[in-house]
Write a protein that binds this ligand. Structure first.
Ligand SMILES: Cc1cc2nc3c(=O)[nH]c(=O)nc-3n(C[C@H](O)[C@H](O)[C@H](O)COP(=O)(O)OP(=O)(O)OC[C@H]3O[C@@H](n4cnc5c(N)ncnc54)[C@H](O)[C@@H]3O)c2cc1C
Length: 389
């Protein structure tokens, strides 16, 4: 594993820093709804027009054609300059695009990849159902072939951003007679198609992050299948590979910045004797633990990127997401707790507005993209080769 940047990588970082220092939006991101989505799309468009979108995507699909190392450097510089995160474009950029690069047809790539990089397409992921979450292969939403269309009936739940999305990755059962994992297909759905109904769900932080989506006789052209009919499980696993690996890299870097912000909070907030909270041994020990875990997680992310660059794949990817999810909860909880009474409201002070909703939202990190328990099972079986219980 190589931790020091090469001269070329240093030059890339300097160029990124120079552009970000001039272009990061200074106005606050609207908190919800279409104005928030418009802000995210505009920031993405700015990056695209300047050649910074899709750093590790192939040039033929509108990307910069560089490696994951440069992608990590870009994420580091974005965190350094407090650039907005992809927001509503997270799924489009994080796995819809990469899945189409890996498994899509030429037409699908032409229809979607450049549009995703421009910020013109917001995507959602329709995998989970009320009775199929960890046990994804139990899903029942069905797709029946009718001429050159698939007709879909059923429901998906916890679909992040569905209420703001244009397109969806949809996993459906197309062959009820086949073995559970074999009878599935992966389709691209235009969410404006007749028969699609999106019902937003309010989460415990009081915001709408996800929705339940209902499908009533929704007609999807068969050319929108990714992989063939019945190949859905393979495409879904490719999707989860991106979701739990490369897509988490940017959030890991942001978490390191947040750990610094929590340390700063401990230096600036005072206890009842007027002493900075950081002078307490208990607080200092807690911050030291967070810092050490953050550094270890970053090292794992660097090892992952370095191995992918050398060999094309890395088993470290499956460990990054669960470690990130649990550390992220602890960092945000520490921030909220250091605020004392201010931490009991979501918007009493600027600091409360920053840490408290983030803490409440972080409970979902150990559930979304696969629960912490299920991801530990994946590490046990696929990385360590342990037998199934
Ligand atoms: C914030 C958030 C965003 C989400 N976004 C999306 C999205 O965009 N698209 C989408 O399709 N889904 C999304 N989800 C759904 C998410 O993928 C599921 O909630 C998750 O897979 C768990 O499924 P479940 O809720 O049905 O819980 P269950 O699978 O019923 O699990 C319940 C409990 O049992 C445990 N458990 C289950 N099976 C095992 C096992 N084999 N071994 C050990 N323990 C086990 C789980 O760890 C958990 O504690 C999101 C969820 C959250 C919280």
């Amino acid at each position: 594993m190589r931790l020091r940047p090469t001269p070329e990588e240093r030059q890339f970082a300097d160029l990124a820093a120079e552009w970000l220092s001039r272009n990061v939006p200074r106005e606050p991101r609207p908190p919800a709804g279409e104005p928030m989505a418009a802000f995210d799309r505009a920031w993405q468009r700015l990056q695209y027009d300047a050649g910074w979108a899709g750093v590790a995507w192939p040039k033929e699909y509108g990307g910069a054609g560089l490696s994951l190392v440069e992608q990590m450097i870009w994420f580091e510089q974005c965190a350094r300059f407090d650039a907005p995160e992809p927001g509503v474009l997270n799924i489009a950029l994080g796995h819809a695009g990469p899945v189409l690069i890996a498994e899509g047809t030429d037409t699908q790539r032409q229809d979607h990849l450049a549009a995703i990089l421009r910020g013109d397409q917001v995507w959602a992921q329709g995998f989970s159902e009320p009775e199929a979450g960890s046990d994804l292969a139990a899903l029942r939403t069905r797709g029946v072939v009718d001429g050159d269309h698939l007709v879909v009936d059923g429901t998906k739940i916890w679909t992040t951003g569905a209420h703001l999305s244009d397109w969806q990755e949809l996993l459906v059962r197309t062959d009820p007679a086949a073995a559970r994992h074999r009878g599935l297909s992966f389709a691209i759905v235009d969410l404006t198609t007749p028969g699609v109904e999106v019902r937003p769900i309010t989460a415990m932080d009081g915001k709408v992050h996800f929705a339940q989506v209902f499908y009533d006789g929704v007609r999807i052209p068969l050319r929108n299948l990714v992989g063939g009919l019945g190949d859905g499980w393979k495409v879904a696993m490719t999707t989860l590979g991106f979701e739990r690996g490369t897509m988490t890299l940017g959030t890991v870097i942001r978490l390191l910045k947040l750990i610094d912000d929590v340390k700063e909070l401990a230096r600036t907030r005072v206890d009842c004797r007027g002493q900075p909270l950081s002078t307490s041994d208990e607080v200092a020990a807690r911050l030291a633990d967070l810092e050490a875990e953050g550094v270890a997680l970053h090292a794992l992310a660097v090892a992952f990127v370095s191995e992918v660059k050398r060999t094309g794949s890395s088993s470290a990817g499956s460990m990054i997401r669960p470690l990130y999810a649990e550390l992220s909860q602890r960092v945000k909880r520490t921030g909220a707790e250091l605020l004392g009474r201010d931490g009991l409201t979501t918007d009493g002070t600027d600091e409360a507005a920053r840490f408290v909703p983030a803490y409440l939202h972080s409970f979902g990190h150990t559930i979304g993209t696969g629960t912490a328990e299920v991801q530990r099972n994946v590490i046990a079986h696929r990385v360590l080769g342990l037998p199934r219980g």
